[in-house]
Design a protein around this ligand. Sequence first.
Ligand code: UTP
Length: 298
Amino acid sequence: MAEHKKVRKAVFPVAGLGTRFLPATKAVPKEMLTVVDKPIIQYVVDEALEAGIEHFVFVTGRNKHIIEDYFDIHFELEQTLRERSKNAEITLLAGQLPKAGTVSFTRQQEPLGLGHAVWCAREIIGDEPFALLLPDMIMKSEAKGCMKGMIDLYAQSGGNIIAVEECAPDQAHKYGIVGVGDAIGDGFRITGMVEKPAKGTAPSNFFINGRYILQPEVFKILETQERGAGNEIQLTDGIAALMRDERVLAYRYAGQRYDCGSKLGYLQATAAIGLKHPETAEGFRASLAGLLEGRGLA
Ligand code: UTP
C-alpha cells in the first residue's frame, strides 16, 4: 500500500461573526461558549488530539484573543491552585493544553468567508495535507471520533476526504450536498458538490458535516477564487474546483453531531453531554423530567 504524507496539522477557523448568538458574541466568541464545563472549541481540539493531530492552527479575528489565552498556561491561577493544594484542578488544566510550541494563530483580517479563512492558514500549513475542523460542531461518538475515522480512511486512500452524514430528503436544501460515486472503504468517491441546492434538485441526501482532510493544492485555488453565495469566498466552491484534478472521497460519519453555531444545536449538546456527565447526570435528568412534566425543577 502506498505511504501517504501524514496529516499532522489541523486548522480551526474561528474568525466568523457568530451573528446567530448575538448579543452574547459581542463580547464572547461563540467557540468559547461553555457546554457543561468546557468551551465548545475544547471538544473540537480533543477530537483532533484523538486523531493524532500534532499542530493546531487557529485562524482568528477581532475579539478572539480569549481563545489564545485559553490555550495558554494561566500562571497566576496555577500558582494559587498550588498554594491551596488543589491538585485535581491543576491536573485538569494541564490535561487540556496542547504541548508548548504546537499551537499557532493567524488572523483573518476581514470575515470574507470560510474559504478565505482556510486560505489564511496557507503559510503555516505549507506543502502538506491538513485537517480542517469547523469549531462550532461538536462530534460525539461511541466508536472512534469523526476525524480519527477520516485519518484511518486517509491512511488507505490518501487524497482529499470530506465527512458526510445523511439528512432527510426535505432538509437537503439547508446543506452542502455531495454526489455519490463508487464505494471505497468506509466511504465513497464524490462525483460533485452543491451548496444549498434548490428543493428537489439535490444529487443525494449526504451533506457535508464540517470535517475535512485537504491537500495543500486547495490553497492555490482559494487564492484566485471569486466570491460566491453570500458574497463570501466559499470553501465548497474551492473543493468543487479541486475535484477537476484531485480525488475527493466522502467518509460516512455515523456518530452524533451537534451544530453549536445554532441555538437549538447548542442546547442539544448541553442536554446530551449534561445527561452523561458524572457530576450532573442524575440531577439534570430529574430536573428535565420535572420541567417536561410541568412539575418544575426537581
Ligand atoms: P458560520 O457560517 O457558522 O458563520 O461559519 P459565523 O459567522 O461563525 O456564524 P453566524 O452564521 O454569523 O451565526 C462556519 C465556520 O467558519 C468560520 C466561523 O468561525 C465558523 O467556525 N468562519 C466563517 C471564519 O473563520 N471566517 C469567515 O469569514 C466565515
